[in-house]
Structure formats: structure tokens, C-alpha cells
Write a protein that binds this ligand. Structure first.
Ligand SMILES: *Cc1c(COP(=O)(O)O)cnc(C)c1O
Length: 397
């Protein structure tokens, strides 16, 4: 096949869609008012702000007053957990439950709260990446302020049983928070069906720009304020509103829901890619579940033995394919992906893992191109690998 550009890293970020860009443009040019101003320019912005909030709330099945705009998914995760923890502490609740496979925006927030005297239980997951509800039940008490479990994992795509976990949390008077950043755009996220008190989203995973997110806070739920300022976002998160991005986010959210039926085709393409890679490349293993109903449609994560993930990515990149790995070399730490380690993937295979995250824009030709380029890259790397040579000698392969 002729060289092409294949973007299979949608879990990392997505392109801003043309519709989102067009929706944003007037708010970057002629409509530059501050929604807090009383004059016409400001009033126009205030109307658009509340319109964006209402459009997003309608998609989520929420009330507009329950939507708070933030600057990103990480900010929303921080606010949800710290806000719930500080509010809980006033009632003697100093315990937090989260899972071993959360995004670092959640894990590092919990670690920061541990330094402040909170205790945190990190519940484990099974070999497919599903959070153990029994472990949540065993850990929870009337000291628990918040249970923070993601709706879907960004590395292996597992969809967690949030509604069931929320029931456990509420039976003990704790708040339920879910990081829905990765699930959004793939699943029909409805806050009432999930039974959550707090839920985070990020724009750049759903074709809005980087630097916009939101936190859903259920009516009646009290969490500590995030930024003290001029009273924006109902006094909880100060700062003049980022109008272009907020308007863009509303368009992106509506498009994400409208695009949900296309996800079936994405899952089919992913399944085909999965089956062909596993069949064609020896010593390859699927990371995460095979159960399509419990895995994000665009997510594929495969471990290749005797491979170093970063070299694989560079060779794929040279062919025009953008993907991602659980190898440590692509991050600041020496350990490979905490998610892959949590599901029991050995270090060696975690280092040689490949995450392909495809979208409804990925074509059959793109998938064929990956299937053409990946096997020779794996072979080439193994031919150079002393580990593979040793294994060959020992007749292990
Ligand atoms: C991307 C991501 C985040 C962080 O969102 P940002 O907007 O990049 O800060 C948080 N949680 C999950 C699951 C993500 O995939």
C-alpha cells in the first residue's frame, strides 16, 4: 500500500472537528464579551454561556445548574476528589476509595490527599481490568468521603460497573465520583443511570480543543470550592469563562452523542484488527477483556513479547502510524504502565505493549495499512533482540 497517515491514538487526544472550530470562531473574533458585563456584548456572551450549559446538560440527562466548566479533565478530577474530601472531612470522613487503574489525575490527587492525612484504599482489578465490587464493599465505612472509580479505562478500555459501585457508596453515605473522560463519545453517558454525584469530562478527547473540561455536580451535593474569585460558575470556580472553548465543547458534546450509532462499526473494525494481529503475529496477547459490551469500541491493547515498545512506536511512526505504548520509556517513570501491571501483565510484556485507539474516522484502508506494516516491524525488532535470540536457543519459541 502507498504510504498513508493513520492516527490511531485517539485516547491521547483527538483532532478539533470542523464543526467545533466553526462554532468557536465568532467567540474568538467579533463576540469577545465578558459574560459578567451588563452591556450588550456581555449579555450576548452570557446567553451563549447558559445556552452551552443547557445543551450539554440535556445530553447528560442533567440540570444545567449541575454543570461546571473547568480547564481540563485533570482539573475536574482534582476538584471532584479534593472537593469531596475536604467537605467530607468536616463530617469526620477522612477515607477515600479509588482503583489501581485510574488516570494519574486521580491517583496523584489521592496521593496528595494522603500527605494531608487522608487514608486511601486502592482497590484491585481482575485480569481483565474490572474493579472488584467486593473489595469496594470490604473497604467502605462511614468514614469514607468519596469513592472515585473511572467509567472506562484509557489504556485497556474496560468499562467499570459504576452504577453498582455507586449503590455501595451511597449505602454508606459516601459520594460517588466517576472519571468519564475516556468513556465519553463511546458510551451513552447519562448521569442518572450511573447514579453518580460527580462526573468529569474533557473536551480534547471528543474533538474539542485541549484546555476545556467540565465537572457535573449533582444538585444538593456539597463539595469545597475550587477557585475563589469573581463568582463565576455559581461561586465555585472563579475565572472569566473561556467562551470560545465552552461553545466549542457544547458542539463537541452534541456531536459525540449523535455519533454514538457509528461506534458499532468502530467496534467491528477493532475486532477485525485484533483477530488478525493476534493470528498473524506470534507471541502476542490481548490486554484487557474480549467482552465487547464491557470494552470501549475503539480500544485495542496488545502485548508483544521480546519487543521494546518505544522502538516499535518509532518504526510505526516512520510508516505514518500514530499509536501508543505502555512502555516505561515513553513516560517519566521506570515502571511500565500501572494499568497493565495491575491486571497482572508481566513487566516484559507490558514494555512491549501497543495501544491502538481508533475512531469513527478510521477507515478499513487504515486498518489494512496497520496490518501490512505492523508484522514486519515486530519481526525486525525480534530479529535484533538478544532476548528473542536466547529464547530461540532455549527452544522456548
Ligand atoms: C485524558 C484523560 C484525563 C485528563 O484529561 P485532560 O483534559 O488531558 O487533563 C483524565 N482521565 C482520563 C481517563 C483521561 O483519558
Amino acid at each position: 500500500m502507498e504510504k498513508r497517515f493513520v492516527y490511531a491514538d485517539n485516547a491521547a487526544t483527538t483532532a478539533v472537528s470542523k464543526e467545533v472550530f466553526e462554532a468557536m470562531k465568532p467567540w474568538l473574533t467579533e463576540k469577545w464579551g465578558n459574560p459578567s458585563s451588563l452591556h450588550a456584548l456581555g449579555r450576548e456572551a452570557a446567553v451563549a454561556l447558559e445556552n452551552a450549559r443547557a445543551r450539554i446538560a440535556a445530553c447528560l440527562g442533567a440540570d444545567p445548574k449541575e454543570i461546571y466548566f473547568t480547564s481540563c479533565g485533570s482539573e475536574s478530577d482534582n476538584w471532584a476528589i479534593k472537593g469531596a474530601a475536604y467537605a467530607g472531612r468536616q463530617k469526620g470522613r477522612t477515607h477515600i476509595i479509588t482503583s489501581a487503574i485510574e488516570h494519574h489525575a486521580v491517583l496523584h490527587t489521592c496521593a496528595a490527599l494522603e500527605k494531608e492525612g487522608f487514608t486511601v484504599t486502592y482497590v484491585g482489578v481482575d485480569a481483565e481490568g474490572f474493579v472488584s465490587i467486593d473489595e469496594v464493599k470490604a473497604a467502605i465505612s462511614d468514614k469514607t468521603a468519596v469513592v472515585a472509580i473511572m467509567l472506562a479505562n484509557n489504556e485497556i478500555g474496560t468499562v467499570e460497573p459504576i452504577a453498582e459501585i455507586a449503590e455501595v457508596a451511597h449505602a454508606h453515605g459516601a459520594l460517588m465520583f466517576t472519571d468519564a473522560v475516556q468513556a465519553f463519545g463511546s458510551l451513552d453517558v447519562k448521569v442518572k443511570e450511573l447514579g453518580v454525584d460527580l462526573l468529569s469530562l474533557s473536551g480534547h478527547k471528543i474533538h474539542a480543543p485541549k484546555g476545556i473540561g467540565l465537572l457535573y455536580v449533582k444538585k444538593g451535593v456539597r463539595i469545597a470550592n475550587l477557585i475563589d474569585g469573581g463568582g463565576q460558575e455559581r461561586g465555585k470556580r472563579g475565572g472569566t469563562e473561556n467562551m470560545p472553548y465552552i461553545v466549542g465543547l457544547a458542539t463537541a458534546v452534541e456531536n459525540a452523542y449523535a455519533n454514538l450509532p457509528a461506534m458499532r462499526r468502530v467496534a467491528e473494525l477493532r475486532d477485525d484488527l485484533r483477530d488478525k494481529i493476534l493470528a498473524e503475529i506470534p507471541h502476542s496477547t490481548l490486554n484487557g477483556t474480549r467482552d465487547d459490551s464491557r470494552r470501549l469500541p475503539g480500544n485495542l491493547n496488545i502485548g508483544f513479547e521480546y519487543i521494546e515498545g518505544e522502538s516499535m512506536l518509532l518504526l510505526l511512526d516512520a510508516e505514518g502510524i500514530c499509536a501508543s505504548t505502555g512502555s516505561a520509556c515513553s513516560s517519566a517513570s521506570l515502571d511500565p504502565s500501572h494499568v497493565l501491571l495491575a491486571i497482572g501483565v508481566p513487566h516484559e510484556r507490558a514494555h512491549g505493549s501497543l495501544r491502538l485507539s481508533i475512531s469513527s474516522e478510521t477507515t478499513k484502508e487504515d486498518a489494512d495499512y496497520i496490518l501490512e506494516k505492523l508484522p514486519p516491524i515486530i519481526k525486525r525488532l525480534r530479529d535484533m533482540s538478544p532476548l528473542y535470540e536466547e529464547a530461540l536457543k532455549a527452544h522456548k519459541v
